[in-house]
Ligand binder design. Structure first.
Ligand SMILES: Cc1cc2nc3c(=O)[nH]c(=O)nc-3n(C[C@H](O)[C@H](O)[C@H](O)COP(=O)(O)OP(=O)(O)OC[C@H]3O[C@@H](n4cnc5c(N)ncnc54)[C@H](O)[C@@H]3O)c2cc1C
Length: 495
C-alpha cells in the first residue's frame, strides 16, 4: 500500500516542523519523516540552547515574542536595539560579503515576524540573560545582537514544535529514513522511505527537504571540508549525514555555497564522537575572549579578542583543528573565573588548576611546557593594562608587539589559581547545500525550480560562508521552513 499526503516533510528539526506547521496552516495534509527513533529525534535543533537572532527596534518589538516580560525585568535590562540594518551588516561582514543577498534579506526581514508566528503555534520564548548579557551595576546589558531564546532551550523548542504538530493533525513517522525522491519529468511526486526494515513509498504533491547538513558523515567531511576534518567531533545529531542532499543532487538539484566551509567551535577534547543529549551544547568552551589559547608548541595561534564571541566562535573550531594534534588549551586566571560560562562547570571537562604558572604548564598534556611558560610571560608583558577591561564593549584593551595580537579584553594571567581547559574542534553544521529561490523552491542545475521540491535549514547552501553570527541557524530554518511549507502547500501541481 502506498500512502499519500499533500506535503511530505523530510526531517523533524526546527526547519522541518516550521515547514510542516505552515503547510498545515494552508489546509494541506502533512507527513513528517524522521530518520531518528523518537528518543533521539529533533536533529541538531534539539542540541541547541534555542537562541534565535531576530531584528528588533526596541523592547516593544521584543514583547511580540516575549509578552511575559515583566515591568521589573524590562527596568533591569538594557535590550538596546538590533535593527535589520545591523543584522544585514553582520551577515555581510562575517560571510565576507558572500551571503546570497536575496535570501539574506528575507532571513533578516522576516526574523521577528517568524519567531512571533512560532509563538502563536505554542513555542515560548524568554530573554537570554544568562548567556548574552552581562550584569553591570545591577543592570543587564545585551552585547551581541542575540536576545531571544526558546524556553527549555533546544529540547524545549523541539518538544513545543512536536506538540504543535500533533495538535494540528500532522502525522510523524519516527525511524523513517528517506532514501530517495520519486520524480519524473514533471517533478517530484513523493519519497522512498526505509521504515522498520522495509522500503515503502509515500506519494505527495510536494516534498520539503529539511534533513540537515552532512557534518555527521566523516567521509563527506574529508571529501568536502578537507583533510583532517574527519577527525572533528560532531556537536549534535549523528543522523545528519548528507544523504538527503545527495538525493536531491541525484535528481538534478543545484549545489551552492561554501561546500568547504562549516560552523565549528572549541569543544571538550575528550567529548564523544557525536553529541550527547544529556550534555547538550555544554561541551563547548566559549569563554576564550577572557583568556588565551595555547597549542602543542606552547604558542598562541589566534586573536582571542578579535570580536565579540558571537562573531568568532563559529570559525575558531577550524583554527583549533589546524593545530598540531588538533587540540588546544584555554588558559584563565582567577580574575575572570566568575565570568566563565556555565559550560566550564560541568563534570565532563578536561581541566587543570595550579597556583603558579610554572605548575600549570607542566600539567598541560601534550604541550611543550617551557615554550608555554615563555609564551604566557611574553603575553603578560604585552598587555595594555592602562586600558580598562569592559566585557560589554570591544574595550580595545589589547596587546602590543606580539606576532599574534589580542585586540580586546586582554587580561594578564597573574592571579592564582590558574585554570586550563583542553579543547578540540567540534563541528556544528556544514555550510554548502542545495540552491533555493526566495520561495524556498529547490533549483535545478539548469536554473529552473524543480516542481514539487522545497528545502529549508541546514541543508540549504548560499547563506553562510566562512563564519556565522550566533543564533542565526534556528532563525534561518524557521524563516525558510515557514516559507517552504507555505509554498509547498500552495503548489497544487507541485510547480
Ligand atoms: C550543540 C549545538 C548548539 C547549537 N546552538 C544553536 C543556537 O543556540 N542557536 C541557533 O540558531 N543554532 C544553534 N545551533 C545550530 C542549529 O542547531 C542548526 O542551525 C539548526 O538546528 C538546523 O535546523 P534544521 O532543522 O535544518 O536541522 P536539524 O535540526 O538537524 O534537523 C534535521 C532532521 O533531519 C533528520 N534526517 C536526517 N536525514 C534524514 C533522512 N534521510 N530521512 C529522514 N530524516 C532525516 C534528522 O534526524 C533531524 O531530525 C547549534 C547546533 C549544535 C549542534
Amino acid at each position: 500500500m502506498t500512502d499519500r499526503y499533500d506535503v511530505v516533510v523530510v526531517g523533524a528539526g526546527n526547519a522541518a516542523f516550521c515547514a510542516a506547521l505552515a503547510a498545515r496552516e494552508q489546509g494541506a495534509t502533512v507527513l513528517v519523516l524522521e530518520r531518528a527513533p523518537e528518543d533521539e529525534a529533533g536533529g541538531n535543533s534539539r542540541f541547541t540552547a534555542g537562541l534565535m537572532r531576530v531584528a528588533y527596534n526596541g523592547v516593544e518589538d521584543l514583547k511580540r515574542v516575549m509578552p511575559d516580560l515583566s515591568a521589573d525585568e524590562i527596568a533591569r535590562t538594557d535590550f538596546g536595539t538590533y535593527t535589520e540594518d545591523q543584522f544585514l551588516d553582520d551577515m555581510a561582514r562575517v560571510t565576507e560579503y558572500r551571503c546570497d543577498p536575496d535570501l539574506t534579506e528575507i532571513l533578516v526581514k522576516r526574523s521577528l515576524d517568524t519567531v512571533a508566528w512560532m509563538r502563536t503555534k505554542g513555542v515560548r520564548f524568554t530573554a537570554a540573560w544568562g548567556r548574552q548579557a552581562f550584569n553591570i551595576g545591577g543592570r543587564f546589558k545585551f552585547w551581541g545582537g542575540l536576545t531571544v531564546e526558546a524556553v527549555g532551550g533546544g529540547p524545549g523548542l523541539v518538544e513545543s514544535l512536536t506538540n504543535a504538530a500533533r495538535k494540528n493533525g500532522i502525522d510523524i513517522w519516527y525511524g523513517a529514513r528517506a532514501t530517495g525522491l520519486l520524480a519524473d519529468d514533471d517533478g517530484v511526486k513523493g519519497v522512498q522511505v526505509r521504515r522498520a526494515g522495509r522500503t515503502t513509498f509515500v506519494n505527495a504533491t510536494s516534498v520539503v527537504l529539511a534533513a540537515g547538513g552532512f557534518q555527521a558523515n566523516p567521509e563527506w567531511r574529508a571529501r568536502y571540508l578537507g583533510p583532517g576534518w574527519e577527525l572533528a567531533k560532531v556537536r549534535g545529531t549523528r543522523f545528519n549525514t548528507g544523504d538527503v542532499i545527495r538525493m536531491a543532487l541525484d535528481i538534478g538539484a543545484a549545489p551552492v555555497g561554501n561546500w568547504s566551509g562549516c560552523h565549528a567551535v572549541a569543544w571538550e577534547r575528550n567529548a564523544p564522537e557525536f553529541g550527547d543529549l544529556a550534555v547538550g551544547d555544554q561541551f563547548q568552551k566559549h569563554s576564550y575572549p577572557w583568556g588565551i589559547y595555547l597549542n602543542a608548541h606552547g604558542k598562541r595561534f589566534v586573536d582571542e579578542g578579535a570580536d565579540f564571541r558571537n562573531y568568532t566562535y563559529a570559525k575558531y573550531g577550524g583554527v583549533i583543528l589546524a593545530q598540531p594534534g588538533q587540540f588546544a588549551w584555554q588558559v584563565f586566571d582567577a580574575k575572570v573565573k566568575a565570568q566563565l560560562r556555565d559550560e566550564y562547570k560541568i563534570r565532563q571537562v578536561t581541566k587543570r588548576t595550579a597556583n603558579t604558572l610554572e605548575e600549570l604548564v607542566k600539567q598541560l598534556d601534550d604541550v611543550d611546557a617551557d615554550a608555554a611558560l615563555k609564551e604566557i610571560k611574553a603575553y603578560n608583558a604585552a598587555v595594555r593594562t592602562d586600558i580598562p577591561f569592559n566585557p560589554n564593549v570591544k574595550d580595545g584593551r589589547c596587546t602590543t608587539g606580539l606576532a599574534i595580537p589580542k585586540s580586546n579584553w586582554a587580561n594578564t594571567l597573574d592571579t592564582p589559581p590558574f585554570e586550563a581547559y583542553a579543547v578540540t574542534c567540534g563541528i556544528t553544521f556544514s555550510f554548502g547545500g542545495l540552491r533555493i529561490n526566495t520561495d524556498a523552491q529547490v533549483m535545478s542545475t539548469d536554473g529552473e525550480p524543480i516542481p514539487g521540491l522545497f528545502a529549508a535549514g541546514e541543508l540549504v547552501g548560499g547563506i553562510f560562508y566562512f563564519n556565522y553570527p550566533g543564533g542565526t541557524g534556528l532563525t534561518n530554518g524557521a524563516v525558510f521552513g515557514r516559507i517552504a511549507g507555505t509554498s509547498a502547500a500552495r503548489s497544487e501541481t507541485g510547480a
